[in-house]
Design a protein around this ligand. Structure first.
Ligand SMILES: Cc1ncc(COP(=O)(O)O)c(C=O)c1O
Length: 422
């Protein structure tokens, strides 16, 4: 059973909007996605009926706490966490990573070594570089291969082999190349020498089923606004390590996780909205994902539906990747900066970055914007990746980022406009 794209698009009020007769085509999704009505309804309901601070004995506070608990549990289901207490909400991935890097840094000594990648968004690089500066840590870099756009596992092994690396901050899917990395294999290699593994899954969660227990990492971060929810960040951490970590907190705050890490008053309506998007994804799983149920024999209820939804989405998105990449390859002067062999589309998300010889990426983005087609250009915060590709002073790339609510017709329309751009 394929995804019913018409039924899906009806859930998203923003997808029906036009400007001066031109429908909006949202291909800016790696920067942030549109939200289904379940998110809007949950947020509105929270703010009208449940709006209160945490821990009171009166109706709104009790109801508010129920919503927050349910949002934590739903995120645990999405990520296959053992417990809702392993889920920490925060402002966004970057803010959570800055906060956790401080707490994790308390486990390190001056002169210790950490491993960063040249593929990740700066959200999983900058916080660790600051920590390295403050604590006098040594930094090792994992490059990616400029031909395959993937990591070379011999290089991973080489970087880890002396057992000196205390933490590896790695990325699941790349926000510029689209590559999906084998984070389970990297985690296994890292754990052989007790290296902590911190996974940036911001760009994977919108595109596929995720299982923290299968990966075996120690921390994993994502951002609900990249998977059709409100502007929020979520960190998952293994119970044992969350208990061990000292949080930067005010004295009266909870002593236990997740409360000790959720500093100050949280964006409660954001958590309600995150619950809304997970209800939306659950609906996809229940109504369009049943054929994938046998892939998840140990899951039941919402956990099962969320995972089947993401597999159905992944399957559909491969058809978008195929159309987009083959269409771009037919245009003169285009170089795809990522995996482009159709046999390897399962190793990438549909985020496609490209350059065009003698063309400025910003001008291409402007021409598309004139047709109400939204794409990103430049470095998209993946600074190290752009430097590694030699694109730092060239205006970067054009990045086209479809998600499951985009259609083949939208891809074709975009390609048609691109044809007349240069
Ligand atoms: C791979 C990746 N990591 C981290 C981030 C930062 O996320 P946030 O905006 O939630 O801080 C982004 C945002 O684009 C991203 O794409």
């Amino acid at each position: 059973m394929a995804l019913n794209i018409d039924a899906i698009r009806k859930q998203f009020p923003a997808l029906a909007l036009s400007d001066e007769g031109k429908p909006r085509i949202y291909l800016d999704n790696p920067g942030g996605t549109q939200v289904p009505r379940q998110v809007l309804e949950r947020m509105e309901h929270y703010l009208i009926h449940n709006n209160a601070n945490h821990g009171g004995q009166f109706r709104t506070s009790v109801e508010s706490d129920k919503v927050l608990a349910e949002a934590h549990q739903a995120m645990a289901d999405l990520l296959n966490a053992r417990s809702a207490d392993e889920i920490v909400f925060g402002a966004n991935m970057t803010t959570l990573t800055f906060a956790f890097s401080r707490s994790i840094g308390r486990l390190f000594n001056r002169g210790d070594t950490i491993l960063l990648t040249r593929m990740d968004h700066d959200g999983n690089v900058g916080p660790w570089l600051h920590l390295a500066e403050d604590l006098g840590l040594k930094v090792r870099w994992l490059n990616f291969d400029l031909e395959t756009y993937e990591y070379d596992f011999a290089e991973v092994a080489d970087l880890l082999k002396d057992g000196a690396v205390k933490l590896a901050a790695i990325n699941y899917a790349s926000n510029c190349l689209g590559t999906i990395n084998d984070v389970k294999a990297i985690t296994e290699m890292a754990h052989q020498s007790d290296t902590l593994v911190f996974v940036d899954a911001v760009q994977f969660v919108p595109h596929g089923p995720l299982d923290v227990q299968r990966i075996g990492c120690d921390f994993l971060v994502c951002s609900p606004y990249k998977f059709f929810g409100p502007h929020q960040g979520v960190l998952w951490g293994d119970t044992e390590i969350l208990e061990k970590l000292e949080a930067y907190k005010v004295r009266p705050a909870d002593k236990m996780a997740p409360g000790k890490f959720e500093t100050g008053t949280q964006l409660h309506e954001g958590q309600a909205g995150t619950l809304g998007v997970l209800e939306y994804l659950e609906w996809i799983g229940e109504t369009m994902g049943t054929e994938f149920e046998s892939e998840f024999p140990d899951f039941r209820g919402r956990r099962l539906h969320l995972h089947t939804a993401m597999l159905a989405i992944q399957e559909y998105e491969q058809s978008l990747s195929k159309r987009l990449i083959s269409g771009l390859q037919n245009l003169s002067g285009v170089e795809i900066r990522g995996i482009s062999n159709p046999n390897d589309y399962s190793r990438r998300v549909p985020t496609v970055s490209f350059t065009v010889s003698n063309q400025n990426p910003e001008e291409i983005a402007l021409k598309l914007a004139a047709e109400n087609i939204y794409v990103w250009h430049g470095h998209n915060y993946a600074l190290e990746a752009y430097r590694h590709m030699g694109l730092e002073n060239t205006g970067g790339v054009v990045r086209i980022g479809p998600v499951h609510y985009n259609t083949i017709a939208e891809i074709d329309q975009t390609l048609e406009v691109l044809e007349s751009c240069w």
